[in-house]
Design a protein around this ligand. Structure first.
Ligand SMILES: Cc1cc2nc3c(=O)[nH]c(=O)nc-3n(C[C@H](O)[C@H](O)[C@H](O)COP(=O)(O)O)c2cc1C
Length: 146
């Protein structure tokens, strides 16, 4: 089993990164192969909504193609973000939006296990979980959504 953890904080060595590393280390200890995507170390531009990914590769040239290939290889994916104003951090939202080619080009996330880590100080973690549930639903499974 290969597990990929996505750290959605731009803060290097922050709380989200710590939480994901603990989860991955724990999985590795019981035999899983693990990999990590650190958004803090990547250049990921926002989706511009051109719709080209319905028929061809994304035209935006940045680090997202490497991230997408890691997600395709994974059996399980942990999506982790700090809570920002009751939702996800902006850089992480860019990442999720740029995952659209995986949906558009044949539901490439279908059947994978999805996990979620929300790191907050005082408020909004459950709302954050609901946000990721929406992503899992629309992007992973929902055949009626393109
Ligand atoms: C712009 C901003 C908005 C935040 N909004 C919330 C919030 O709504 N609820 C909360 O509990 N914490 C909020 N926080 C605190 C962070 O979620 C918290 O410090 C988190 O541990 C940061 O994770 P990191 O170290 O991985 O970046 C916010 C922090 C920032 C910078």
């Amino acid at each position: 089993m290969k597990i990929v953890g996505v750290v959605g904080s731009k803060r290097k060595n922050g709380n989200t990164e710590t939480a994901v590393k603990i989860a991955l280390q724990t999985a590795q200890n019981i035999g899983a192969e693990v990999d990590i995507i650190l958004i803090s170390q990547m250049n990921i531009n926002p989706c511009d909504g051109c719709g080209e990914c319905k028929t061809k590769e994304c035209h935006i040239e940045d680090d997202m193609s490497l991230a997408l290939s890691k997600l395709i290889e994974a059996d399980a994916i942990i999506l982790a973000s700090p809570v920002y104003y009751g939702s996800v951090a902006g850089g992480f939202k860019c990442f999720l939006d740029r995952c659209r080619p995986l949906k558009q080009q044949g539901n490439k996330l279908s059947g994978k296990i999805g996990g979620c880590i929300a790191v907050g100080k005082v408020w909004g973690t459950s709302k954050r979980f609901r946000f990721n549930n929406s992503f899992f639903w629309f992007s992973w499974n929902n055949p009626n959504y393109d």
